[in-house]
Write a protein that binds this ligand. Structure first.
Ligand SMILES: [Zn+2]
Length: 417
Protein backbone atom coordinates (compact mmCIF):
# COMPACT_ATOMS: atom_id res chain seq x y z
CA UNK A 1 0.00 0.00 0.00
CA UNK A 2 2.70 2.30 0.91
CA UNK A 3 4.35 1.44 -2.36
CA UNK A 4 1.24 2.22 -4.44
CA UNK A 5 0.72 5.45 -2.58
CA UNK A 6 4.36 6.37 -3.13
CA UNK A 7 4.03 5.59 -6.79
CA UNK A 8 0.99 7.80 -7.10
CA UNK A 9 2.74 10.61 -5.34
CA UNK A 10 5.72 9.90 -7.54
CA UNK A 11 3.59 10.17 -10.71
CA UNK A 12 1.98 13.33 -9.54
CA UNK A 13 5.32 14.80 -8.63
CA UNK A 14 6.77 13.81 -12.00
CA UNK A 15 3.88 15.42 -13.84
CA UNK A 16 4.20 18.55 -11.75
CA UNK A 17 7.94 18.59 -12.31
CA UNK A 18 7.46 18.18 -16.04
CA UNK A 19 5.12 21.17 -16.15
CA UNK A 20 7.48 23.15 -14.00
CA UNK A 21 10.37 22.18 -16.26
CA UNK A 22 8.45 23.37 -19.32
CA UNK A 23 7.70 26.66 -17.64
CA UNK A 24 11.32 27.01 -16.50
CA UNK A 25 12.65 26.19 -19.95
CA UNK A 26 10.39 28.83 -21.47
CA UNK A 27 11.60 31.38 -18.95
CA UNK A 28 15.18 30.28 -19.49
CA UNK A 29 14.97 30.66 -23.25
CA UNK A 30 13.27 34.01 -22.86
CA UNK A 31 15.98 35.05 -20.39
CA UNK A 32 18.71 34.03 -22.80
CA UNK A 33 17.27 35.94 -25.70
CA UNK A 34 16.50 39.00 -23.59
CA UNK A 35 19.90 39.32 -21.91
CA UNK A 36 23.41 37.92 -22.28
CA UNK A 37 26.15 37.92 -19.71
CA UNK A 38 27.34 41.06 -17.98
CA UNK A 39 30.74 40.60 -19.58
CA UNK A 40 32.11 39.34 -22.86
CA UNK A 41 35.14 37.09 -22.68
CA UNK A 42 38.12 37.16 -24.99
CA UNK A 43 41.36 35.18 -25.07
CA UNK A 44 42.63 35.96 -28.58
CA UNK A 45 45.96 37.46 -27.55
CA UNK A 46 49.42 36.03 -26.75
CA UNK A 47 49.21 33.60 -23.86
CA UNK A 48 45.40 33.72 -23.85
CA UNK A 49 43.54 30.61 -22.70
CA UNK A 50 40.00 30.04 -21.56
CA UNK A 51 37.03 27.81 -22.18
CA UNK A 52 33.70 29.54 -21.54
CA UNK A 53 31.04 27.00 -20.67
CA UNK A 54 28.22 29.36 -19.67
CA UNK A 55 27.85 33.12 -19.66
CA UNK A 56 24.62 34.56 -18.39
CA UNK A 57 23.67 37.39 -16.07
CA UNK A 58 26.34 38.23 -13.56
CA UNK A 59 28.08 34.90 -13.58
CA UNK A 60 30.34 33.36 -16.17
CA UNK A 61 31.49 29.76 -16.03
CA UNK A 62 35.02 29.27 -17.29
CA UNK A 63 37.71 26.61 -17.26
CA UNK A 64 41.27 26.08 -18.46
CA UNK A 65 41.22 25.21 -22.16
CA UNK A 66 43.08 21.90 -22.41
CA UNK A 67 43.08 21.74 -26.22
CA UNK A 68 43.18 17.96 -26.17
CA UNK A 69 45.93 17.69 -23.58
CA UNK A 70 45.84 16.49 -19.99
CA UNK A 71 44.02 18.34 -17.19
CA UNK A 72 45.98 21.34 -15.89
CA UNK A 73 45.22 24.75 -14.45
CA UNK A 74 46.43 27.46 -16.84
CA UNK A 75 43.95 30.12 -17.97
CA UNK A 76 44.27 33.78 -19.01
CA UNK A 77 41.21 35.77 -20.10
CA UNK A 78 40.05 39.28 -20.83
CA UNK A 79 36.59 40.40 -19.67
CA UNK A 80 34.83 43.45 -21.05
CA UNK A 81 31.85 44.81 -19.13
CA UNK A 82 28.54 45.04 -20.97
CA UNK A 83 27.24 47.06 -18.02
CA UNK A 84 28.54 48.05 -14.61
CA UNK A 85 28.21 45.58 -11.75
CA UNK A 86 29.75 42.65 -9.94
CA UNK A 87 30.55 39.55 -11.98
CA UNK A 88 31.45 36.10 -10.70
CA UNK A 89 33.95 33.93 -12.58
CA UNK A 90 33.17 30.36 -11.67
CA UNK A 91 35.60 27.51 -12.34
CA UNK A 92 34.97 23.79 -12.09
CA UNK A 93 35.21 22.66 -8.50
CA UNK A 94 38.07 20.34 -9.31
CA UNK A 95 40.84 21.41 -11.68
CA UNK A 96 43.95 19.39 -12.52
CA UNK A 97 42.97 16.95 -9.78
CA UNK A 98 42.81 19.62 -7.05
CA UNK A 99 39.80 21.07 -5.25
CA UNK A 100 39.51 24.77 -6.18
CA UNK A 101 42.58 24.10 -8.31
CA UNK A 102 42.23 27.01 -10.76
CA UNK A 103 42.86 29.86 -8.30
CA UNK A 104 46.08 30.10 -6.31
CA UNK A 105 46.73 31.30 -2.76
CA UNK A 106 47.02 34.96 -3.76
CA UNK A 107 43.89 34.94 -5.89
CA UNK A 108 43.95 35.47 -9.64
CA UNK A 109 46.43 37.83 -11.27
CA UNK A 110 44.82 41.04 -12.55
CA UNK A 111 45.80 43.62 -15.16
CA UNK A 112 43.87 46.77 -15.99
CA UNK A 113 46.22 47.87 -18.78
CA UNK A 114 45.70 44.96 -21.16
CA UNK A 115 48.49 42.79 -19.82
CA UNK A 116 51.29 45.31 -19.46
CA UNK A 117 51.40 45.32 -15.65
CA UNK A 118 50.01 42.85 -13.18
CA UNK A 119 49.15 42.34 -9.54
CA UNK A 120 47.82 39.46 -7.54
CA UNK A 121 44.21 40.31 -6.74
CA UNK A 122 44.27 38.74 -3.27
CA UNK A 123 41.63 36.45 -1.86
CA UNK A 124 39.04 38.91 -0.48
CA UNK A 125 36.87 38.28 -3.53
CA UNK A 126 37.63 34.60 -3.89
CA UNK A 127 35.00 32.09 -2.79
CA UNK A 128 36.15 28.51 -3.25
CA UNK A 129 36.25 27.82 -6.96
CA UNK A 130 35.10 31.33 -7.96
CA UNK A 131 36.22 34.91 -7.78
CA UNK A 132 34.28 38.10 -8.39
CA UNK A 133 35.09 41.55 -9.66
CA UNK A 134 33.14 44.81 -9.65
CA UNK A 135 33.15 46.54 -13.03
CA UNK A 136 32.48 50.24 -12.53
CA UNK A 137 31.54 51.13 -16.08
CA UNK A 138 30.43 49.75 -19.41
CA UNK A 139 33.32 48.73 -21.70
CA UNK A 140 35.72 48.41 -18.76
CA UNK A 141 38.26 45.85 -19.82
CA UNK A 142 40.18 43.75 -17.31
CA UNK A 143 42.48 40.79 -17.76
CA UNK A 144 42.62 37.97 -15.26
CA UNK A 145 44.96 35.00 -15.20
CA UNK A 146 45.89 32.11 -12.99
CA UNK A 147 49.48 33.41 -12.91
CA UNK A 148 51.27 36.56 -13.99
CA UNK A 149 51.80 35.98 -17.70
CA UNK A 150 55.23 36.17 -19.33
CA UNK A 151 55.10 36.05 -23.13
CA UNK A 152 57.16 37.18 -26.10
CA UNK A 153 56.57 40.90 -25.48
CA UNK A 154 58.00 40.49 -21.98
CA UNK A 155 61.15 38.83 -23.27
CA UNK A 156 61.38 41.45 -26.02
CA UNK A 157 61.21 44.15 -23.36
CA UNK A 158 64.13 42.56 -21.54
CA UNK A 159 66.14 42.24 -24.76
CA UNK A 160 65.41 45.81 -25.77
CA UNK A 161 66.47 47.09 -22.39
CA UNK A 162 69.79 45.28 -22.79
CA UNK A 163 70.24 45.79 -26.53
CA UNK A 164 73.42 47.83 -26.09
CA UNK A 165 74.94 45.51 -23.49
CA UNK A 166 78.21 44.22 -25.01
CA UNK A 167 77.96 40.92 -23.10
CA UNK A 168 74.67 39.86 -24.68
CA UNK A 169 74.26 38.10 -28.01
CA UNK A 170 70.83 37.18 -29.35
CA UNK A 171 70.51 34.53 -32.04
CA UNK A 172 68.01 31.97 -33.27
CA UNK A 173 68.32 28.45 -31.88
CA UNK A 174 65.82 26.97 -34.29
CA UNK A 175 62.30 27.40 -35.66
CA UNK A 176 59.39 26.13 -33.63
CA UNK A 177 56.85 23.77 -35.16
CA UNK A 178 54.58 26.73 -35.87
CA UNK A 179 57.36 28.70 -37.52
CA UNK A 180 58.42 31.00 -34.70
CA UNK A 181 62.06 31.88 -34.06
CA UNK A 182 63.25 30.26 -30.84
CA UNK A 183 65.74 32.54 -29.10
CA UNK A 184 69.20 31.49 -28.06
CA UNK A 185 70.88 34.11 -25.90
CA UNK A 186 74.53 34.12 -25.03
CA UNK A 187 76.09 36.00 -22.16
CA UNK A 188 79.86 36.28 -22.03
CA UNK A 189 82.38 34.57 -24.28
CA UNK A 190 83.99 31.16 -24.48
CA UNK A 191 87.64 30.83 -23.50
CA UNK A 192 90.18 28.28 -22.29
CA UNK A 193 89.28 28.73 -18.61
CA UNK A 194 85.63 29.39 -19.22
CA UNK A 195 82.98 26.76 -18.48
CA UNK A 196 79.76 26.71 -20.45
CA UNK A 197 76.41 26.86 -18.66
CA UNK A 198 73.00 26.14 -20.15
CA UNK A 199 69.90 27.67 -18.59
CA UNK A 200 66.43 26.97 -19.90
CA UNK A 201 62.89 28.06 -19.15
CA UNK A 202 59.36 27.13 -20.16
CA UNK A 203 59.82 23.50 -21.04
CA UNK A 204 56.30 23.77 -19.63
CA UNK A 205 54.56 26.74 -21.20
CA UNK A 206 52.35 27.70 -18.26
CA UNK A 207 55.19 28.11 -15.76
CA UNK A 208 55.47 31.86 -16.11
CA UNK A 209 56.81 32.92 -12.70
CA UNK A 210 60.03 31.02 -13.40
CA UNK A 211 60.62 33.36 -16.35
CA UNK A 212 60.79 36.39 -14.06
CA UNK A 213 63.36 34.65 -11.88
CA UNK A 214 65.33 33.61 -14.95
CA UNK A 215 65.24 37.21 -16.19
CA UNK A 216 66.70 38.45 -12.90
CA UNK A 217 69.44 35.83 -13.13
CA UNK A 218 70.32 36.94 -16.67
CA UNK A 219 70.20 40.63 -15.79
CA UNK A 220 72.78 40.11 -13.08
CA UNK A 221 74.96 37.93 -15.32
CA UNK A 222 74.98 40.87 -17.77
CA UNK A 223 75.72 43.50 -15.18
CA UNK A 224 78.96 45.13 -14.18
CA UNK A 225 78.47 44.20 -10.54
CA UNK A 226 81.34 42.21 -8.99
CA UNK A 227 79.19 39.07 -9.25
CA UNK A 228 78.34 39.70 -12.91
CA UNK A 229 81.98 40.27 -13.82
CA UNK A 230 83.17 37.24 -11.86
CA UNK A 231 80.50 35.06 -13.43
CA UNK A 232 81.53 36.04 -16.96
CA UNK A 233 85.18 35.45 -16.12
CA UNK A 234 84.38 31.85 -15.28
CA UNK A 235 81.41 31.12 -17.52
CA UNK A 236 79.78 31.59 -20.82
CA UNK A 237 76.03 31.34 -20.44
CA UNK A 238 73.68 29.94 -23.08
CA UNK A 239 70.01 30.60 -22.55
CA UNK A 240 66.87 29.22 -24.13
CA UNK A 241 64.17 31.29 -22.41
CA UNK A 242 61.20 29.66 -24.19
CA UNK A 243 61.75 25.98 -24.91
CA UNK A 244 58.07 25.40 -25.72
CA UNK A 245 57.94 28.56 -27.78
CA UNK A 246 54.58 27.90 -29.44
CA UNK A 247 52.99 26.89 -26.15
CA UNK A 248 54.07 30.15 -24.49
CA UNK A 249 52.62 32.38 -27.21
CA UNK A 250 49.53 30.30 -27.85
CA UNK A 251 48.72 29.93 -24.16
CA UNK A 252 48.91 26.15 -23.94
CA UNK A 253 49.12 24.23 -20.70
CA UNK A 254 52.37 22.64 -21.91
CA UNK A 255 52.73 20.32 -18.93
CA UNK A 256 51.85 16.73 -19.87
CA UNK A 257 51.38 17.73 -23.50
CA UNK A 258 50.62 14.67 -25.67
CA UNK A 259 52.33 12.38 -26.58
CA UNK A 260 54.82 13.77 -24.06
CA UNK A 261 55.83 17.29 -23.07
CA UNK A 262 59.04 19.15 -23.87
CA UNK A 263 60.65 18.12 -20.60
CA UNK A 264 60.02 14.45 -21.35
CA UNK A 265 61.59 14.76 -24.79
CA UNK A 266 65.22 14.09 -23.90
CA UNK A 267 65.09 10.41 -24.84
CA UNK A 268 66.75 8.95 -27.93
CA UNK A 269 64.14 10.25 -30.36
CA UNK A 270 63.33 13.86 -29.55
CA UNK A 271 60.21 15.08 -31.34
CA UNK A 272 60.34 18.84 -30.68
CA UNK A 273 62.67 21.01 -32.78
CA UNK A 274 63.69 22.99 -29.68
CA UNK A 275 64.88 19.92 -27.78
CA UNK A 276 66.62 18.54 -30.87
CA UNK A 277 68.42 21.87 -31.19
CA UNK A 278 69.38 21.97 -27.50
CA UNK A 279 70.94 18.51 -27.82
CA UNK A 280 72.90 19.67 -30.85
CA UNK A 281 74.00 22.80 -29.07
CA UNK A 282 75.23 20.67 -26.16
CA UNK A 283 77.58 18.83 -28.51
CA UNK A 284 78.93 22.08 -29.92
CA UNK A 285 79.32 24.03 -26.67
CA UNK A 286 80.38 21.40 -24.14
CA UNK A 287 78.08 22.42 -21.32
CA UNK A 288 79.38 21.70 -17.83
CA UNK A 289 76.27 23.02 -16.04
CA UNK A 290 72.57 22.86 -16.82
CA UNK A 291 69.91 24.64 -14.81
CA UNK A 292 66.29 24.36 -15.86
CA UNK A 293 63.74 26.82 -14.43
CA UNK A 294 60.21 25.57 -13.66
CA UNK A 295 57.15 26.18 -11.50
CA UNK A 296 55.44 23.25 -9.74
CA UNK A 297 51.68 22.77 -9.26
CA UNK A 298 49.52 25.70 -8.16
CA UNK A 299 47.77 24.71 -4.96
CA UNK A 300 49.49 21.57 -3.66
CA UNK A 301 50.73 22.31 -0.12
CA UNK A 302 54.23 20.87 -0.72
CA UNK A 303 54.69 23.08 -3.76
CA UNK A 304 54.58 26.46 -2.01
CA UNK A 305 58.38 26.51 -1.59
CA UNK A 306 61.39 26.76 -3.89
CA UNK A 307 63.09 23.45 -4.45
CA UNK A 308 65.66 21.66 -6.57
CA UNK A 309 65.07 18.31 -8.21
CA UNK A 310 67.34 16.16 -10.33
CA UNK A 311 69.60 13.13 -10.02
CA UNK A 312 71.46 13.05 -6.74
CA UNK A 313 74.70 11.45 -7.96
CA UNK A 314 74.60 12.47 -11.60
CA UNK A 315 76.89 14.23 -12.14
CA UNK A 316 79.01 12.76 -9.38
CA UNK A 317 78.93 15.70 -6.96
CA UNK A 318 75.53 17.01 -7.96
CA UNK A 319 74.10 16.79 -4.46
CA UNK A 320 77.02 18.63 -2.85
CA UNK A 321 76.99 21.29 -5.55
CA UNK A 322 73.25 21.89 -5.51
CA UNK A 323 73.24 21.87 -1.69
CA UNK A 324 75.91 24.57 -1.44
CA UNK A 325 74.27 26.60 -4.21
CA UNK A 326 70.90 26.32 -2.43
CA UNK A 327 72.43 27.37 0.88
CA UNK A 328 73.88 30.52 -0.67
CA UNK A 329 70.54 31.31 -2.30
CA UNK A 330 68.72 30.85 0.97
CA UNK A 331 71.20 33.13 2.69
CA UNK A 332 70.71 35.84 0.10
CA UNK A 333 66.93 35.79 -0.26
CA UNK A 334 64.90 38.56 1.38
CA UNK A 335 62.71 37.71 4.33
CA UNK A 336 59.42 37.74 2.41
CA UNK A 337 60.72 35.35 -0.27
CA UNK A 338 59.24 31.85 -0.60
CA UNK A 339 60.80 29.31 1.75
CA UNK A 340 63.78 27.33 0.48
CA UNK A 341 65.21 26.37 -1.83
CA UNK A 342 65.02 22.82 -0.55
CA UNK A 343 67.15 20.12 -2.13
CA UNK A 344 64.98 17.25 -3.25
CA UNK A 345 67.44 15.49 -5.53
CA UNK A 346 66.86 11.75 -5.71
CA UNK A 347 69.07 8.78 -6.51
CA UNK A 348 68.62 7.65 -10.11
CA UNK A 349 70.15 4.52 -11.59
CA UNK A 350 69.43 5.58 -15.15
CA UNK A 351 68.21 8.77 -16.74
CA UNK A 352 64.56 9.62 -17.34
CA UNK A 353 64.02 11.68 -20.52
CA UNK A 354 64.12 15.02 -18.64
CA UNK A 355 66.50 17.91 -19.18
CA UNK A 356 68.13 17.59 -15.74
CA UNK A 357 68.73 13.86 -16.18
CA UNK A 358 69.89 14.16 -19.78
CA UNK A 359 72.59 16.59 -18.73
CA UNK A 360 73.17 15.00 -15.34
CA UNK A 361 74.21 11.73 -16.95
CA UNK A 362 76.38 13.42 -19.58
CA UNK A 363 80.12 13.09 -19.19
CA UNK A 364 82.03 16.08 -17.86
CA UNK A 365 79.04 17.74 -16.24
CA UNK A 366 79.47 19.48 -12.90
CA UNK A 367 75.87 20.27 -11.97
CA UNK A 368 72.50 19.57 -13.57
CA UNK A 369 69.23 20.40 -11.86
CA UNK A 370 65.72 21.68 -12.13
CA UNK A 371 64.76 24.63 -9.98
CA UNK A 372 61.09 24.92 -9.07
CA UNK A 373 59.73 28.38 -8.23
CA UNK A 374 56.29 28.43 -6.58
CA UNK A 375 53.60 30.42 -8.43
CA UNK A 376 52.11 32.38 -5.54
CA UNK A 377 52.78 30.91 -2.11
CA UNK A 378 50.59 32.31 0.67
CA UNK A 379 52.04 35.36 2.39
CA UNK A 380 55.20 35.47 0.24
CA UNK A 381 56.27 38.04 -2.32
CA UNK A 382 55.89 36.61 -5.82
CA UNK A 383 55.39 39.64 -8.03
CA UNK A 384 57.65 40.17 -11.08
CA UNK A 385 60.02 42.59 -9.30
CA UNK A 386 60.48 40.22 -6.36
CA UNK A 387 61.05 37.26 -8.66
CA UNK A 388 63.69 39.18 -10.62
CA UNK A 389 65.38 39.93 -7.32
CA UNK A 390 65.40 36.19 -6.48
CA UNK A 391 67.11 35.57 -9.80
CA UNK A 392 69.74 38.15 -8.98
CA UNK A 393 70.33 36.44 -5.63
CA UNK A 394 70.75 33.15 -7.49
CA UNK A 395 73.49 34.58 -9.70
CA UNK A 396 75.31 35.85 -6.62
CA UNK A 397 74.90 32.43 -5.02
CA UNK A 398 76.31 30.78 -8.12
CA UNK A 399 79.46 32.85 -7.95
CA UNK A 400 79.90 32.00 -4.28
CA UNK A 401 79.51 28.25 -4.71
CA UNK A 402 82.59 25.99 -4.71
CA UNK A 403 81.47 23.65 -7.45
CA UNK A 404 83.12 20.25 -7.31
CA UNK A 405 83.90 18.78 -10.72
CA UNK A 406 84.18 15.06 -11.36
CA UNK A 407 87.69 15.85 -12.56
CA UNK A 408 89.44 17.75 -9.71
CA UNK A 409 91.51 19.87 -12.11
CA UNK A 410 88.45 21.75 -13.18
CA UNK A 411 86.92 22.75 -9.84
CA UNK A 412 85.22 26.09 -9.89
CA UNK A 413 86.13 28.10 -6.86
CA UNK A 414 83.62 30.37 -5.24
CA UNK A 415 85.47 33.39 -4.05
CA UNK A 416 83.15 36.32 -3.93
CA UNK A 417 81.80 37.67 -0.68
ZN1 LIG B 1 57.70 22.32 -15.21
Amino acid sequence: MTLISDNNVGRLTLAALAMLALATTAAHVQGDSAATGSVTINSAFPGGNVKVTHNEGDSVHVAPDLRGDSPWFYWYLEATAVKPGRVSFVFPEKVAGFKNGAIGYQGPAISTDRGKTWNWMGIDNVQGNAFSFFFTEKEERVRFAVTIPYVQTDLDGFLKKNASNPHLTNSVLTKSRHGRDVELLQIGKPGPEVKAVLVTGRHHAAETMASYVLEGFLQEALSDSPAGREFRKRHVLYVVPFVDKDGVEEGDQGKNRKPHDHNRDYGDESIYPEVQAIKKLAEAKNFRFALDFHCPTLVMKDHQVMYFVGAKEHPKHNFENVSEFAAWIKKGLPENAPFGPLVWLRPAAKPTPMNSHYFGFKEGMIMAATLEIPFAPPGKASDPASCRRYGQVMLHAWVNTHFLAPDPQSQVQGKLK
